[in-house]
Design a protein around this ligand. Structure first.
Ligand SMILES: [Fe+2]
Ligand SMILES: [Fe+2]
Length: 138
């Protein structure tokens, strides 16, 4: 697997809040782990996906809840649009998870991992950075 595909934490991803930064790091580890498990071995990939997708979505929702609570506490004007981005991502991942686990969609682990990686990096740099002022007070 090309090293370039993995996410490497950078200081400019920081939102100035220890809990949120450590959740971001944990999510990055999760994505890197999924990329690392994208070996092309269908059975192994499918076993891995079945094991991690639900706890992964639960952890992601917990992370979104942490951010949303901080934004609400500061009456952040961008709360609704930021929350909408979170909700859409949870919906998308839940649909992919349901479809793959029910056999309605073939699993492409690498494609899913890279989709999450790209969404996540864009979201941190766009939405989470904008809400930095709320996060640093929470
Ligand atoms: Fe975030
Ligand atoms: Fe966010």
């Amino acid at each position: 697997m090309a090293q370039l595909e993995f996410i490497v934490w950078q200081q400019n991803y920081s939102v100035g809040n220890k809990e949120i930064d450590s959740q971001h790091k944990e999510l990055m580890n999760f994505v890197n782990d999924a990329i690392g498990h994208s070996t092309g071995n269908k059975k192994a990939e499918s076993d891995y996906f079945s094991l991690v997708i639900k706890p992964g979505i639960i952890f992601l929702q917990k992370h979104f809840d942490t951010e949303q609570a901080a934004m609400l506490a500061q009456n952040y004007e961008g709360y609704q649009s930021h929350k909408t981005e979170h909700d859409k991502m949870i919906e998308t991942l839940t649909r992919i998870s349901d479809d793959v686990l029910a056999g309605r969609q073939a699993l492409n682990l690498l494609e899913i991992a890279l989709f999450i990686r790209d969404w996540f990096l864009n979201h941190i740099q766009e939405f989470d950075q904008k809400a930095k002022d709320c996060f640093k007070y929470s």
